[in-house]
Design a protein around this ligand. Sequence first.
Ligand code: GRF
Length: 200
Amino acid sequence: MNIAVFASGTGSNFAAIASAVRRKQIPAKLALLVCDNPRAKVIGKARKAGVQVFLIERGAFAQRRDFELAIMARLKQAGIELVVLAGFMRILSPEFVRKFKNRIINIHPALLPAFKGSHGIKDAFDYGTKVTGVTVHFVDERMDHGPIILQEAVPVREKDTLEALEARIHRVEHSLYPRAIRLFVQGRLRIKGRKVFSAG
Ligand code: GRF
């Protein structure tokens, strides 16, 4: 199975996935990085890992639709069967999501449905929750909403700083995301309504 990771930033999740592929924990090929930010650190990580980079800037297209059509054409060319969002800072259109129905997954740094949006860690920290965590889920047409594949809780400590909590959340992400991708690649995930069952 050929996988594409979409990322716009640091790429620590990309690196964790690339390493799990290299160790054969994920029995698939990491065929492509799709990146919309020429300054993103993830690009260097992909080059180092020998993964092809498709750099595509939204500003180069008048319409979002054309931007997404160009991405879809590249995915088709690379024979991509699973799209893994790892800090891709753009919302995919309903058309894109339908085209890859149940073949796009995302990681969110909070326990959904709590603290949706792009500041999940800080929002939970500022709210004063005692427990937050990480969610891996299928992507549907609504933001941070699709059926949940795996979740892991992360306790918030009384002496935590935001930075310390962020570091623990990221550590959990780097083990949870490869586990979820492995289940998908092995064909062990079944979706029934909002529920995801992992067989075997
Ligand atoms: C992660 O915290 C992930 O949960 C969120 O974006 C961040 C990406 O970090 N969706 P990185 O680029 O993988 O280091």
